[in-house]
Design a protein around this ligand. Structure first.
Ligand code: GP9
Ligand code: MN
Length: 649
C-alpha cells in the first residue's frame, strides 16, 4: 500500500485497472457484440488496455497535483464517452459515429428519449471515479512538484502502442484486413474497443468529406456521357414481361459456379440447383458466364452492385463508408414506379455490413434480421441462422407481403455456406472432400446444405401459391474459396490453378425465372452483377437509360461481352486480362502482343471503374435527377425496429 500511495505510478495503475474492468463490464452488459469464439472473447477483454495506457498515460506528463487532476479529467471524459455510447446503443443498436450524429433526426430523437434510456444501475459506472476522487484528496500531497522524468510517461505510451499492435494482429487472425474492410462497427468495437473505433471513424469521415466537398454537378455529366454511350436497348421479347410481378431474389452465400454439376465421390453436390439449370420445361434461364464483381465489401458489394449497378470501392465497403450518400436504387425505383414494397431477410445482426443504416438510403421498406428469427442455439451455426430454419421462418412474412395489393421485392440472404463452412453433424448429407484442406473439404457440405434448403423453400413457395406469380432470381455473391487454397482446388478440379484459371473461377451462378415467359435454357453471354439492375428494370418495363448504371441489360442484343472485375481485371468471350497480362481464353497462353482493341477495352474498364469511384466518393448522384417525377430517397422515412417484425412473425 505504501508504494501504491506514494508513487504516481500506483495511482495511475489503479485508475487504469478500474477503467479496464469497467469497460469490460460495459462490453458484456450493455452491448450485443456477438462474441462467438475464445479469441474474440480474449480480444474483447484486452482491448480497453491500449486506449487506457495511451489516454490515461498522458496524465503522467504532469507533475504534482496537476497529475491527479488531469488523470481524473481524462478518466471522466472517457466515462462520458462510454456512457454516451451506451445511451445511443440502447436506442439505435449501434455506436455513435460522426455520420449518425450528423443525421439530425437521430440527435433530436435521442435528446427526447434520454430519460427513458436511463437505467438505475448506470450510476455504478461512476464508482471508479468516486474511489479515485477520494484517494486523490488523500494522496495528492504525496506527489512531488519536481521536474517530471519523461522516460516513464513515454514508456507507458509506447507500451500502449505495443499492446494495440498485438491486439490488432490477433484481431486480424480472426478477421483478416479488419481495418481496410471495416465491415461492421460492432466488430471494430469488439476487436479494438470503443475509443479506437471512434478514432478510426473520425479519420475515415474527414477523408471522405474532403472528397465529397470537392465534387460538383459538372462531375456527374462525364459519368452520364459514359453510361449513356454504354447503354443497351431492351430486347422487345422480354421488355415489360415481369411488370407488377413479385420478385424473390435469393442470395447464395459464397457460391461459385464450379459447384454446378460438380460430382464429389460420384455424387452431385447440388442436385436441386442442377435440376433448375437443366430443367427442360423452360423455367429458368441460367447464365453460365456470369461473374461476381465484388471487392473487399464482399456480400455488401454484391448487394450494392445488384441493386444500384455501381461497383464497390477499391478499399473498404461502400455500405459502411458511403452510408449517407444519395442512391437511386432498384427498391426505390420499383416503389416509385410500380408501388413495390421491398424487404430484406437475413438471419444475422442487422448491423452487419452497416445494413441497418445503408438500407435507409437505398429505400428498403422492411428489414428482417436476427431479432425477427428464432435464433435458438440448435438453429444457429457460424455467423447466424441456418438456411433451412431461415427460409422456413421467413415464410409468414412473405405471405403477409403477398396478401398486400401491391407487389413485393424480397431479398433472401442465406448464410450457412460461409467461410469457414461449418455444419452441425445432423445437417451433413454428403461426405467432405478429401484434399486435406479443411476449408475446401467442408465447402461441398455446406453447399449441399444450401441446396437442400433451397429445395425446401421452393416447395413452400409452391405450397403457398407464391411460386407461380413471382419472378425468382438466384445469384452467387462472391467466391468462397480464395487463392490461398489453390493446392486443394487443383486437386478438386484436376488442373493447375493459374492466375487465368483463378479469374475463371470467379463465375457465380445467375438464374432467373419469369412466370409465363419461356426461358432460354443456358445463356453463354459474358455478364456480371452490375448487369442485373438494368436487366430487371427492362423486364419490369422501366427504361434503364434514365439512370446512372455501369451495367447493361443481359438479354439485350446490344449487351457487350465484357465483365470488369473490381481489381481492374476483366473477362471477355475470347480473351481475359488478369494481373496486367492478356490471355487467350482458348489456349490459356499469355498474348505477347495485345491488339489495339484489347488495350482500348482495358483502358475503358479502368476508366469505368474510376468513374464509379467518383460517383461514390463525390456522392455525385445528389446532383442527378433521373426523371421529372423522381423523388430523392428520404432516409428518415425508414425504421427497422422490432415492431414491424413482431407483426409479421
Ligand atoms: C453477414 C454476411 C456475410 O451478414 O452477409 O458477409 P461476407 O463476409 O460474405 O461479406
Ligand atoms: Mn458473402
Amino acid at each position: 500500500m505504501k508504494s501504491l500511495k506514494s508513487a504516481k505510478m500506483g495511482f495511475f495503475i489503479l485508475a487504469l485497472l478500474l477503467f479496464w474492468l469497467k469497460t469490460y463490464i460495459i462490453y458484456l452488459s450493455e452491448f450485443n457484440l456477438g462474441v462467438n469464439n475464445l479469441l474474440q472473447h480474449f480480444l474483447l477483454f484486452i482491448n480497453p488496455l491500449s486506449s487506457g495506457l495511451v489516454l490515461l498515460g498522458l496524465a503522467l506528463f504532469f507533475k504534482g497535483n496537476r497529475f491527479g487532476i488531469t488523470l481524473l479529467i481524462i478518466d471522466t471524459l472517457l466515462t462520458l464517452f462510454m456512457y454516451a455510447n451506451i445511451m445511443f446503443y440502447r436506442d439505435y443498436d449501434t455506436f455513435i459515429t460522426i455520420q449518425t450524429l450528423m443525421q439530425t433526426e437521430n440527435a433530436s430523437s435521442i435528446g427526447k428519449s434520454v430519460l427513458n434510456l436511463f437505467e438505475w444501475h448506470d450510476f455504478l459506472y461512476t464508482l471508479d471515479l468516486i474511489v479515485l476522487g477520494v484517494l486523490f484528496r488523500k494522496w495528492k500531497t504525496d506527489w512531488p512538484e519536481v521536474h517530471v522524468n519523461l522516460k516513464k510517461p513515454f514508456a507507458v505510451l509506447a507500451s500502449g502502442v505495443i499492446v494495440f499492435t498485438v491486439n490488432l494482429g490477433l484481431a486480424e487472425i480472426d478477421r483478416p484486413q479488419l481495418l481496410q474492410r471495416v465491415f461492421d462497427n460492432n466488430y471494430i468495437v469488439k476487436y479494438l474497443g470503443a475509443p479506437n473505433f471512434a478514432v478510426l471513424n473520425t479519420v475515415q469521415t474527414v477523408k471522405a468529406s474532403a472528397k465529397r466537398s470537392m465534387a460538383s454537378s459538372d462531375d456527374i455529366k462525364e459519368v452520364e456521357n459514359y453510361t449513356n454511350k454504354k447503354y443497351a436497348e431492351p430486347n422487345a421479347e422480354y421488355f415489360g414481361k415481369a411488370t407488377g410481378k413479385n420478385i424473390i431474389k435469393i442470395h447464395l452465400e459464397s457460391f461459385q459456379s464450379f459447384l454446378i454439376d460438380y460430382k464429389l465421390h460420384g455424387e452431385e453436390v447440388t442436385p436441386f440447383l442442377n435440376s433448375l439449370v437443366h430443367d427442360k420445361s423452360k423455367n429458368f434461364t441460367y447464365f453460365d458466364n456470369f461473374f461476381h464483381q465484388t471487392g473487399q465489401g464482399k456480400t455488401a458489394d454484391a448487394e450494392l452492385l445488384m441493386d444500384n449497378s455501381l461497383y464497390g470501392l477499391p478499399q473498404g465497403a461502400a455500405f459502411v463508408t458511403k452510408d449517407t450518400n444519395t442512391y437511386q436504387s432498384l427498391p426505390a425505383i420499383l416503389d416509385q414506379k410500380q408501388n413495390y414494397t421491398s424487404a430484406v431477410f437475413h438471419g444475422d445482426e442487422k448491423s452487419f455490413w452497416n445494413r441497418n443504416q445503408i438500407y435507409k438510403h437505398l429505400g428498403v421498406d422492411e428489414f428482417y434480421g436476427s431479432s425477427y428469427y428464432d435464433m435458438s442455439e440448435e438453429k444457429v451455426v457460424n455467423y447466424g441462422l441456418k438456411d433451412k430454419p431461415f427460409f422456413k421462418q421467413s415464410m409468414p412474412a412473405l405471405e403477409k407481403l403477398e396478401e398486400q395489393d401491391d407487389p413485393f421485392y424480397a431479398h433472401m440472404l442465406t448464410l450457412t455456406h460461409h467461410y469457414p463452412f461449418l455444419l452441425d453433424e445432423g445437417d451433413e448429407s454428403i461426405a467432405p472432400a478429401e484434399t486435406g484442406d479443411g476449408t475446401v473439404d467442408r465447402y461441398f457440405q455446406t453447399a449441399r446444405y444450401l441446396d437442400e434448403s433451397l429445395e425446401q423453400f421452393f416447395k413452400d413457395l409452391k405450397k403457398k401459391g407464391l411460386y407461380e406469380h413471382s419472378v425468382i432470381m438466384i445469384y452467387g455473391d462472391h467466391y468462397g474459396i480464395s487463392e490461398n487454397h489453390n493446392r486443394a482446388m487443383s486437386e478438386i478440379l484436376g488442373e493447375e490453378i493459374t492466375p487465368l484459371k483463378n479469374a475463371n473461377l470467379q463465375r457465380v451462378p445467375f438464374m432467373i425465372r419469369v412466370p409465363g415467359v419461356d426461358s432460354q435454357g443456358i445463356n453463354h453471354e459474358y455478364t456480371g452483377q452490375a448487369d442485373v439492375m438494368p436487366t430487371m428494370l427492362h423486364l419490369l418495363g422501366i427504361n434503364a437509360d434514365n439512370y446512372i448504371q455501369f451495367g447493361t441489360d443481359m438479354f439485350s442484343d446490344e449487351h457487350r461481352d465484357f465483365v470488369p472485375f473490381r481489381n481492374g481485371n476483366f473477362m471477355t468471350e475470347d480473351y481475359s486480362y488478369v494481373k496486367n497480362v492478356f490471355y487467350d481464353n482458348e489456349t490459356g497462353k499469355a498474348i505477347e502482343e495485345p491488339t489495339a482493341e484489347m488495350k482500348e477495352l482495358r483502358d475503358q474498364v479502368h476508366y469505368e471503374l474510376s468513374l464509379n469511384d467518383e460517383v461514390l466518393n463525390g456522392d455525385l448522384l445528389r446532383f442527378y435527377e433521373p426523371s421529372n417525377d423522381w423523388e430523392p430517397i428520404d432516409p428518415s422515412k425508414y425504421q427497422y425496429g422490432e415492431s414491424n417484425e413482431e407483426e409479421n412473425r
